[in-house]
Design a protein around this ligand. Structure first.
Ligand code: UD1
Length: 363
């Protein structure tokens, strides 16, 4: 019997783990322990995802919560050390690039556990992003690196990772999207805002580098307000961003005609459904670049770099930056162009099964 522990902590982790959990669960040779670090803990940021994605209640919730980066990582490591000492798995699986991923890889390495990192090899080459250091460390310490695309393989090879540790399997987040997109679309999430399909845009912003810097945030909000005069925008606001906007004390009601609607964070199905029915998505998220590509919805990424470069060449994504004028110009281009897109190789809903097939061959 192979004892697999999967560590999750944040919204995107839950989405990625869902398809992997389902594929492992179908194989009797695996027992699975699902460990939630508690990095995300609000109902709308955590529990709703478990329910909608058919994940079980975690075997343990370490309840770590929020703090500075160092505080969060240190507390997660201490709690995970106890967990992994008592329930030593034969394989520790981490997903993505959040602080919980980093903490799990550091502890697993100290305890000499065999480790697999899912969504390995992505690089923005921007070390000011905390996720970038999390990815680099997770990949350096993990034994099995499951990548989403060949550009990620190339990044790892360039860092000197032996090819025998790299397995290009596709994208588990895409697996989850393909499983749930029909029920998400059927919710017609736009109707509750009095909007019609294709006649609105969706916004998300949560990256510390963008929303914690008042000048950057003001530029982006100005651009969004301007855009919302042409196209209503629905903006589910992450708690970090809500705080930054409140601190700015900037009135978001920019007067005549602006229709930028700040709403609470949404569950998975409502949010995927909302994106699927939209005209354009403007976001600083990593995962949304992949999800919009699969939904054939144009994505304007409000960042200066991306780890998901495959979505620039094979998807609907454009890297726009955070400056007001650049955002407005990109929006104008999108509104006058048709979406043309290919699907990246292996983004076919079978990534989790490929991972499980490889794990079955481990001794
Ligand atoms: C984290 C990840 C980021 C991922 C994002 C998804 C890191 C470094 N960042 O960013 O890569 O894209 O999750 O959402 O791991 N908060 C709440 N309730 C919650 C969770 C957070 O109010 O349930 C607030 C707290 O004030 C907290 C802040 O949001 O301090 C930031 O949360 P945190 O988990 O530290 O980082 P995220 O910005 O969510």
């Amino acid at each position: 019997m192979k004892r697999v522990t999967i560590v999750v902590g944040t919204r995107p982790n839950f989405v990625k783990a869902a398809s992997l959990y389902a594929a492992l669960k179908a194989e009797p040779e695996f027992t699975i322990r699902l460990v939630h670090t508690g990095q995300h803990y609000d109902y709308n940021m955590a529990d709703i995802f478990f329910r909608e994605l058919r994940l079980p209640v975690p075997d343990v919730n370490l309840g770590v919560g929020s703090g500075t980066q160092t505080w969060q990582i240190a507390h997660t490591m201490l709690a995970l050390e106890e967990e992994l000492k008592h329930h030593g798995p034969s394989l520790l699986v981490t997903v993505g690039d959040v602080n919980s991923t980093l903490a799990a890889c550091l502890v697993g390495s100290k305890l000499h556990l065999r480790m697999a990192h899912v969504e390995a090899g992505l690089r923005s080459y921007d070390r000011r992003m905390s996720e970038e250091t999390n990815r680099i460390v997770a990949d350096a310490l993990s034994d099995l690196l499951f990548t989403t695309s060949s550009d990620a393989d190339a990044n790892l090879i360039a860092e000197g990772v032996p090819a025998c540790r790299i397995f290009c399997v596709g994208n588990v987040m895409v697996d989850t999207l393909l499983t749930f997109q029909a029920s998400a679309r059927a919710m017609s999430a736009w109707e509750q805002y009095g909007l019609s399909e294709g006649k609105y845009g969706v916004v998300t912003l949560h990256r510390a580098e963008a929303v914690d810097d008042p000048n950057t945030l003001i530029g982006m909000l100005d651009a969004l307000q301007e855009i919302s005069r042409q196209l209503p925008l629905i903006f589910p606001v992450h708690p970090r961003t809500k705080l930054s906007i409140q601190t700015l004390a900037k009135g978001l009601d920019a007067g005549s005609g602006a229709d930028l609607r700040l709403v609470e964070p949404m569950g998975y199905l409502s949010f995927i459904g909302l994106m699927a029915g939209s005209r354009v998505v403007l976001s600083d998220s990593g995962g949304i670049q992949a999800e919009t590509t699969m939904l054939s919805i144009p994505c304007l990424t409000l960042r200066d770099n991306t780890e998901y470069t495959i979505t620039l060449t094979h998807g609907t994504n454009q890297l726009v930056g955070t400056k007001r004028e650049a955002i407005l110009a990109a929006f104008d281009r999108v509104m006058s162009n048709q979406v043309s897109q290919q699907t990246p190789p292996l983004w076919d809903g079978k990534a989790a099964h490929r991972i499980v097939d490889i794990l079955k061959q481990l001794d």
